[in-house]
Design a protein around this ligand. Structure first.
Ligand SMILES: NC(=O)c1ccc[n+]([C@@H]2O[C@H](COP(=O)([O-])OP(=O)(O)OC[C@H]3O[C@@H](n4cnc5c(N)ncnc54)[C@H](OP(=O)(O)O)[C@@H]3O)[C@@H](O)[C@H]2O)c1
Length: 274
């Protein structure tokens, strides 16, 4: 499978570059191809003539999206559109990675692929618009929503807990939001499976189980052997709205009989044992 990976310097982009190493995959960083520049995207996709483009490039900083909505929409909505349009012209399949923020999380139960999106933040609205534009531009697409993505131990939610513990001697963690912490290293091979299966649609792919930010902090500290107190985070009124119960139910993969991803706690254990 000839693959092109956008966002190759990111958490998922790096994991995918490893997982697709045997697939003649070409990783594209922002320097190789700025996804907000339509001609660059078109040239990159047409030059490499991939069978599949796995589109992971995104503006993932929720606060930065709130501060600069124009940029959020340029990257997360239009960027996805340019990639989808280029795939349509090149005859390539697109795997578009999206996130739990397309939901407001108010239902209080795990959300399936068949629940209607209802984004509450700039980040969520731009990501949801990106999904819509991909669906419009390209029939041969798979949209894969995941949650609380975790790359190396010093980045993502686990890295944030470890930094606070080591620098402040206390961890403030959000006990009002829940999601499925998903290792990029576990998601990457699952995305390869989605790409090979070639069934257009929208899928939820996350680690099994879910936790609050508070439970995650406790688990990280226990597995890192750090005896540091955890306090509930006092959220500022100006913080961007985050979905409270942003747990994704992997309903469609389960119906299709796909192998589930490992449990989030198992992921934390493996990550901190490395
Ligand atoms: N992080 C999460 O918690 C989370 C949760 C659910 C879903 N997701 C989704 O999963 C995907 C991958 O996330 P991630 O955690 O791997 O993100 P990440 O670590 O923040 O990496 C994103 C990558 O996108 C690149 N990028 C940003 N703007 C770009 C542009 N204009 N042109 C080209 N590349 C650009 C960045 O380049 P630079 O390195 O140069 O900045 C970065 O390498 C995204 O679609 C994200 O929405 C993430």
């Amino acid at each position: 499978m000839r693959a092109l990976i956008t966002g190759a310097n990111g958490q998922l982009g790096r994991a995918l570059t490893q997982a697709l190493a045997a697939d003649a995959a070409t990783p594209l960083t922002r320097d190789d191809c700025d996804i907000t520049h339509e001609p660059s995207v078109m040239a990159a996709v047409l030059d490499h003539a991939p069978e599949v483009v796995v589109h992971t490039a995104a503006l993932t900083d929720v606060e930065a999206c709130e501060a600069d909505p124009h940029r959020a929409w340029q990257v997360n909505a239009l960027g996805a559109w340019w990639v989808a349009r280029a795939c349509a012209i090149a005859g390539a399949r697109m795997i578009h990675v999206s996130c739990q923020d397309v939901f407001d999380g108010r239902l209080g139960r795990p959300l399936t692929e068949f629940d209607a999106p209802a984004p509450a933040s700039v980040h969520g609205r731009a990501k949801e618009a990106g999904e819509q534009l991909v669906r419009t531009a390209l029939a041969d697409h798979c949209i894969v929503r995941t949650a609380w993505l975790q790359g190396a131990a010093d980045e993502g939610p686990v890295g944030a807990v470890l930094r606070q513990a080591r620098q402040q001697g206390v961890v403030e963690a959000d006990d009002a939001t829940s999601a499925n912490l998903t290792l990029a290293a576990d998601l990457a091979p699952a995305l390869r499976h989605v790409a090979a299966a070639g069934r257009p649609g929208t899928y939820h792919l996350t680690a099994a189980g879910h936790c609050t930010g508070y439970e995650l902090a406790q688990a990280v500290l226990a597995h890192a052997g750090l005896d540091v107190p955890v306090r509930p985070l006092a959220r500022s009124e100006t913080a961007p709205p985050r979905p409270a119960f942003a747990v994704l139910d992997n309903h469609l993969p389960r119906l299709l009989g796909w192998e589930p991803l490992p449990d989030w706690l198992d992921g934390v254990r493996r990550l901190l044992a490395e």
